[in-house]
Write a protein that binds this ligand. Structure first.
Ligand code: XMP
Length: 480
């Protein structure tokens, strides 16, 4: 276990990732055999310790789906209306369940044009057609819509002879049925022919593809969502769909924030992760005033597009914040997950965070340039770039005020900026590279799993000359 007093940094040094190095230790397995299973929050286990940040250039449904399929979790940003945020969460939940419960349906008297609009808005390719009593009358798919005039009634364009299943159907039988009848959607009905769910071929066939996927008890991908501690309505509405809520405030250790968060925790059933925290006192005080805290999000001012430290000269570097939170939890004798948030650039930063007590890492910058990020792309000098912006940047604050009529900006100054990042391609590759890098780090450090990295890792302060390179090397992209 890392002890700050052994490192000589106990009371006088706000450090970060580059100040330390993991020392090599004996291991009896190969890096590929190392387990990255960890906790995101009290009730949520991940297969890789990676979380995408709740930023509007990082995490909406597409990113959250990719994270969950690959073993991590995405936190949907809150720079949108409550309805929009819930829709993003629902998209994740619909992405891969066996039986979709929250089915988007249409009435037979609606027009084909309305059906097409619904399909587009929800990103789906077919709608069961039901009457006022939720009885199944037919199904209308993208194909029916494409070949019919938009003015005609759904009832005249839908397929009426629908193959259905009952709730007891297994994934295997549903695949057999869909193959036999060459259909992609299988409505699930009760004894009175009322619609109770929907099975899609895509979802069922994907189940075997993502072995590391993080799923809830219904087989749906897990997802979290960001909330303001002052937005009880949003928290309550979201809590019906998400696996966890994550408070999204740069300085959690504030009496009003803590009091409002208490109300949220009392009113929702799901896990609530609190943050951001940056000091031992902040963690101790917050935990003394709040019950059922499911995780701690820590780090203030280290984010890639964060200007807090420049503007205010305050902050708590992410690794220091992890160490502070760990000390507080050790003092209290409780074990809740610590999430290292801000400034993480590579697998090594994650490894050292875990060695200091983190359970997982939250990343904006590393995912922002990916295909799945909901950000504009531009071409500059023949290369592709995607936008990454701080949630405290001028433009993000303006959007918040425009979309959320209850939004109140408590600060009068922007604490974030914008940047264009080279396009990185698919987030799956980033996740796999991070996982491979983390396993390599753990292999050196002698840790077979996350718990061992948290408890056995040996860490030393590093001198600035320790890894100096010859000065005449020319690296790719450099000119001398
Ligand atoms: P990275 O370095 O991974 O950091 O991009 C992501 C984290 O940065 C925080 N964040 C901000 N911090 N001003 C800040 O001071 C901002 O505008 C801002 N936007 C995001 C947040 O904790 C995120 O997870």
């Amino acid at each position: 276990m890392v002890r700050l007093k052994d490192l000589g940094v106990e009371n006088n040094y706000a450090f970060n990732f580059d100040d330390f190095i993991l020392l090599p230790s004996y291991i009896d397995i190969e890096p590929s055999e190392i387990s990255l299973v960890t906790k995101f929050s009290t009730n949520i286990t991940l297969n890789v310790p990676f979380i995408s940040s709740p930023m509007d250039t990082v995490t909406e449904a597409e990113m959250a789906i990719t994270l969950a399929r690959n073993g991590g979790i995405g936190v949907i940003h809150r720079n949108c209306t409550i309805e929009e945020q819930i829709e993003q969460v629902k998209r994740v939940k619909r992405a891969e369940s066996f039986i979709i419960r929250d089915v988007v349906v249409i009435h037979p008297e609606a027009t084909v044009g309305e059906a097409a609009k619904q399909m587009q808005e929800h990103g789906i390719s077919g709608l069961p057609v039901v009457d006022e009593n939720n009885r199944l009358l037919g199904i209308i798919t993208g194909r029916d819509v494409r070949f019919a005039s938009p003015e005609i009634k759904v009832r005249d364009a839908m397929t009426k002879d629908v193959i259905v299943a009952d709730e007891k159907i297994t994934p295997e039988t549903s695949i057999e049925l869909m193959k036999k009848y060459r259909i992609e959607k299988l409505p699930v009905v009760d004894a009175q022919n009322r619609l109770v769910g929907l099975i899609t071929y895509k979802d069922v066939s994907l189940r075997g593809k993502y072995k590391d996927a993080v799923r809830d008890e219904f087989g749906r991908l897990r997802v979290a969502a960001a909330i303001s501690p002052f937005d009880l309505e949003r928290a309550i509405k979201l809590s019906k769909y998400v696996d966890a809520l994550v408070t999204d405030v740069s300085h959690f250790h504030n009496q009003n924030v803590i009091t409002s968060t208490r109300k949220i925790i009392e009113n929702v059933q799901c896990d609530v992760v609190i943050g951001n925290l940056g000091s031992k006192e902040g963690v101790l005080d917050s935990l003394s005033k709040l019950e059922k805290v499911a995780g701690l999000r820590v780090g203030i001012g280290s984010g890639s597009v964060c200007t807090t430290t420049q503007i205010t000269r305050t902050g708590s570097p992410t690794l220091y914040a992890v160490a502070q939170a760990k000390e507080a939890l050790d003092e209290l004798g409780i074990d809740i997950p610590i999430i290292a948030d801000g400034g993480i650039r590579n697998a090594g930063d994650i490894a050292i965070s875990i060695a200091f007590g983190a359970s997982c890492a939250m990343m904006g910058y590393l995912f922002a340039g990916c295909k799945e990020s909901p950000a504009p792309m531009m071409i500059l000098g023949g290369r592709y770039y995607k936008l990454h912006r701080g949630m405290g940047s001028v433009s993000a604050r303006q959007k918040r005020l425009a979309v959320d009529r209850y939004a109140k900006l408590s600060k009068e100054i922007a604490e974030g900026t914008e940047a264009w990042l080279p396009y990185k391609g698919e987030a799956t590759n980033v996740i796999q590279e991070l996982a491979a890098g983390l396993k390599a780090a753990m292999g050196y450090a002698g840790a077979r799993n996350i718990k061992e990295l948290q408890t056995l890792a040996k860490v030393k302060r590093v001198s600035i000359t320790a890894f100096a390179k010859a000065s005449d090397l020319l690296f790719p992209g450099e000119t001398k």
